[in-house]
Design a protein around this ligand. Structure first.
Ligand SMILES: [Zn+2]
Ligand SMILES: [Zn+2]
Length: 960
């Protein structure tokens, strides 16, 4: 690998990009090499410094991928955007830290290892908790690094020395500390609650982990006999009849006159022999179902709330596997759906089943395993997010609201925490305004076990930083640790403080918290806005309150946020704008795409399509296009290197110390040299502005236009005029042109580097003949102010471009042969047009043999001594131009060409028509293919018409 070799440079003193570049650009041949180099050389590590010695850094916390995961297109996109920003900030000269890690992913990892155990003929239960947890650790040691390897391969410039894992010892200690502090502050409690229960995963899952679906179901009416009124019934309607076994009341609306006479009465609960009251509650809607609602507090969220209001008991009739429990009497042991069938049969037999209607049910499924979730009453641990802590101050939710609302002098940009796109602030606030206590316990074995012990004597709970041996309340020594673990989002919600060494010693900060907290930016997807982003904000604000500022005071809210900005990126969909999913089979594997086109092309595709708030329809054809872009740059480099070689042979050496410096282009220099440097300045500033506003699409397109359009299509073409290695009289001019060319190319590589890091690294090292001034182009500065600005050149050159473009268009219309040199007539409409001094450019780029400046376009041209129809005059506000060209046509040859063309078009049309009239094809082919074919058919018809007309005209002409 290249090392810094300054001595060689000094002793030799010549620019020698002699390292031969292979003919073809082959990303596979360069990318893996540089990816490994960046990691080996530890280029992106940021050292810990003593407290107070750091400048504020640009810090980004990578959303930790699940340790079970593989890199998918969503990651690829998120990492592309993040890496572009991180590389750009680093090149602005800022201390830049991008911090990587992985999440232990409680449910996902446990499920995966459980499945493995089943395939081995054993189970989690058979192994026991300790052995199982060890098994999971072992699995992670062997297979947990897949996604990290992919991140290395795609060139993420994270600081690998700081890589963490949420189950690391130090992070686990911090998680425990956070739990204990919240408990001591009165913000953690244990309580009975209705949770979403997955009978397969056998754990509570959060609302956010439930996917809601609509399903065709039934609404059954059941008649409950009224006690004391034989033959009279109160009819309820339900979608889950098996839960009636746990009913404790029937509620009606107090204003519902149909039921006024039943207030205070009791009912006989069928199939159980129990007696239950009729109660009144405003919550009941008279117009839904029969207006009488069965109340099952242990199996429904709303019923639970009513039960609390009316002090009703709760009867659980199902166990944790969704089988009926002992409380369900002789239905005990039946699966919930078998019990439903049996209950309905029995009710029917007894004549208590009323009408049965079709009904669209909203059902919830476990997002992990697709099992229908059962609302279940259980004892769980909660964080009281709306409660004032014992020590005083705002509730967590209150703080989390203030940080997006507080402004200085009403300036929205001054908010402590800002969202991009802005509309996410409203969505976030809406959620935060309606937030409930957060259930943080999970009935899993894999995760941070809750540091609480239950006393066998007094039943009190002991929560402690060190494992206790005795009950803190009665001193009894038979205490048992809580079996639940913490929700994965509890530990990941703490990451912004824990990764920097929280908790610091009392009254102090840690060097890393001091330097890197608050972090600068979080780049993430909408799907984890509530799961993760909102919780990081609550926990980050809460715990950073204890970290004192260097002056010893508590931090203001502004310094408490975990990140100052949140950028929510879009989703990557397939080319037809469909969501990628395994069931649809339209998942694009980024690793395969990277192998096919190179990381740089994939990154550029994603960046160029990333306009805020718009999902990306990923298409390979775009990627192919950007691969061609990379190829174009490669070829430009080869052309440049070849000329450096030719210059050396002609005795022209370029001083290598000039490379990497702003080109010094005097006002007397050729226009293109002044213009290309000035353009670079403007483009670099525009790209920076776009990146600062997260307009990745604009930034990428600016770079693309500069490199392909300005640099390759214009500047390189003109520079060819200046490189004269034969005539010693032109030696100085050639050296000057070549120097500017090299300086501009080097700066342009830096401009492109954040977007295409591999290609630019390769070419940049080659440009310095593997003796570059830094270990990586990523460690150089972004080319802001890379050249002198030159307003005149930026005005003049586009005028020249406009003239050349006009001539090219006119040539095309007249059918001038590609290589023919033709004269033009130009009528300037303004003073000071840059044409007279740049005739050589006009002649070369527009293939013009001679330029005549005229005051009028006359029939008879005095300058060229030619007559006739020269084709139309092209007009612009600054000039008119006319190509002087009289077309002579070989009629028989032209007729033959047109006839051949017509035959070809007619064949194509026939084939398209055949396909479009084939029902089997129309059924199977994707919409975009069919649409493409229809468009082709219409275009071909038009071309046939035009060609026929041309043939007709030719025949007329032949006669005349
Ligand atoms: Zn599940
Ligand atoms: Zn006790």
């Amino acid at each position: 690998m290249p090392q810094q070799a300054k001595t060689t440079l000094e002793s030799d003193g010549a620019m020698r990009p002699r390292r031969e570049l292979p003919k073809a650009y082959d990303p596979a041949a360069i990318e893996e090499r540089w990816a490994a180099y960046w990691v080996e050389q530890r280029l992106f590590e940021v050292k810990t410094q003593p407290v107070g010695s750091h400048d504020r850094a640009f810090t980004v916390l990578l959303p930790p991928p699940n340790v079970t995961g593989n890199l998918h297109m969503g990651h690829m996109f998120e990492h592309t955007e993040s890496d572009i920003l991180v590389r750009w900030h680093r090149m602005l000269g800022e201390t830049t830290l991008w911090l990587p890690g992985t999440d232990h992913a409680g449910i996902a990892t446990q499920m995966l290892v459980e499945r493995l155990l089943v395939s081995e003929g054993t189970s989690r239960q058979a192994l026991g908790r300790e052995v199982f947890v060890e098994r999971v650790r072992e699995w992670r040691r062997h297979y947990g690094g897949a996604i990290l390897a992919s991140m290395k391969r795609i060139g993420d410039t994270v600081d690998w020395s700081r890589e963490y894992y949420t189950m690391d010892e130090n992070l686990s200690v911090a998680v425990r500390e956070a739990f204990v502090r919240l408990y001591e502050d009165g913000l953690i409690y244990r309580g009975a609650y209705i949770v979403n229960w997955c009978p397969r995963c056998q754990t509570a899952i959060s609302d956010l982990e439930v996917t809601h679906e609509e399903q065709q179901g039934k609404l059954w009416e059941i008649r409950y006999p009224i006690i004391g009124s034989p033959g009279e019934f109160l009819t309820v309607a339900t979608t889950r009849p098996e839960t009636m076994l746990g009913d404790v009341a029937v509620a009606v609306n107090p204003l519902d006159e149909r039921y006024t006479h039943l207030h205070g009465k009791t009912l006989e609960l069928p199939l159980t022999g129990r007696e239950i009251p009729v109660i009144v509650d405003d919550w009941v809607k008279s117009d839904f179902g029969t207006g009488a609602v069965k109340i099952t507090p242990a199996h429904d969220q709303n019923d639970f709330a009513i039960g609390q209001r009316h002090s009703l008991s709760a009867i659980s009739v199902m166990d944790e596997t969704a089988h009926m429990s002992a409380a369900a009497g002789h239905y005990s042991g039946l699966d919930r759906y078998d019990a439903r069938k049996k209950v309905l049969e029995d009710l029917d037999t007894q004549g208590l089943l009323g009408a049965v209607r079709d009904h669209i049910n909203a059902i919830g499924k476990c997002a992990r395993c697709q099992t229908v979730v059962e609302p279940r009453l259980s004892t769980q641990w909660f964080v009281a997010v709306n409660k004032t802590p014992n020590k005083g101050g705002d509730s967590m939710a209150e703080m989390a609201r203030k940080v997006v609302q507080e402004t200085r002098a009403g300036d929205p940009k001054s908010k402590p925490l800002r969202f991009t796109p802005e509309n996410y602030e409203r969505i976030y606030l809406e959620w935060m305004n309606n937030i409930y206590d957060w259930c943080i316990s999970r009935q899993l074995w894999w995760g941070h076990r809750i540091p609480a012990w239950h006393c066998g004597n007094c039943k009190e709970i002991t929560v402690a930083r060190q494992d206790p041996t005795h009950c803190a309340h009665c001193g009894f020594d038979q205490i048992v640790q809580e079996t639940d673990v913490l929700d994965t989002w509890f530990s990941s919600g703490l990451l912004p403080v824990t990764v920097f060494g929280w908790p610091p010693p009392p009254g102090e900060s840690t060097p890393d918290l001091d330097a890197f907290y608050p972090t600068s930016l979080l780049v993430t997807g909408f799907d984890i806005l509530f799961f993760w982003v909102a919780r990081m904000i609550m926990l980050g604000c809460y715990f950073s309150q204890d970290i004192l500022m260097p002056n010893g005071s508590r931090p203001p809210l502004r310094e408490s946020v975990p990140f100052r900005e949140v950028y929510i990126h879009a989703l990557v969909r397939d080319a037809d704008r469909q969501k990628m999913s395994k069931t649809k089979g339209n998942v694009v594997d980024p690793v395969m795409i990277v192998e096919k086109y190179g990381t740089d092309a994939v990154r550029f595709t994603l960046a160029s399509m990333a306009s805020p708030g718009t999902d990306i329809a990923f298409s390979e054809s775009r990627t192919e296009g950007y691969r061609a872009f990379a190829n174009k740059i490669w070829n430009a480099a080869r052309f440049i290197f070849m000329n450096v070689e030719r210059a050396r042979e002609a005795g022209i050496e370029i001083d290598p110390s000039l490379l990497g410096q702003a080109p010094t282009v005097p006002g007397s220099a050729p226009l293109e040299a002044r213009w290309i440097g000035a353009r670079l300045n403007s483009v670099a500033a525009e790209v920076s502005a776009a990146l600062a506003a997260y307009r990745f699409d604009e930034a990428a397109n600016l770079v693309y236009q500069y490199f392909w359009g300005d640099f390759c299509d214009w500047y390189l073409e003109i520079v060819k005029l200046r490189l004269d290695f034969a005539d010693p009289a032109n030696k100085a001019a050639t050296r000057s042109a070549l120097t500017t060319l090299l300086q501009t190319f080097e700066a342009a590589l830096r401009l492109l580097s954040p977007f295409m890091p591999f290609l630019t690294e390769e070419l940049w090292h080659a440009l310095y003949d593997d003796q570059p001034p830094a270990k990586s182009i990523a460690l150089t500065l972004y080319p802001l102010g890379a050249a002198h600005s030159d307003d005149v050149a930026e005005i003049d050159f586009p005028l020249l471009q406009e003239l050349i473009a006009s001539v090219r268009a006119a040539r095309k219309d007249l059918g001038v042969e590609e290589k023919a040199m033709v004269p033009i007539r130009v009528r300037p409409l303004n003073d000071g047009l840059p044409f007279g001094n740049n005739l050589d450019i006009i002649q070369r780029l527009a293939k013009v043999s001679r330029v005549a400046f005229v005051e009028n376009f006359l029939e008879q041209d005095v300058v060229f001594d030619a007559a006739g129809d020269f084709g139309s005059i092209r007009s612009t506000p600054n000039f008119d131009v006319q190509v002087v060209y009289e077309k002579t046509i070989d009629i028989p040859a032209e007729r033959e060409r047109l006839t051949k063309e017509l035959t070809k078009l007619e064949k194509a049309l026939a084939s398209a028509e055949r396909q479009l009239s084939n029902p089997a094809f129309l059924d199977k082919a994707p919409t975009h293919v069919i649409e493409g074919l229809r468009k082709m058919e219409a275009d071909t018809r038009l071309l046939i018409e035009k060609t026929r007309k041309a043939l007709d005209d030719l025949t007329q002409e032949g006669r005349g």
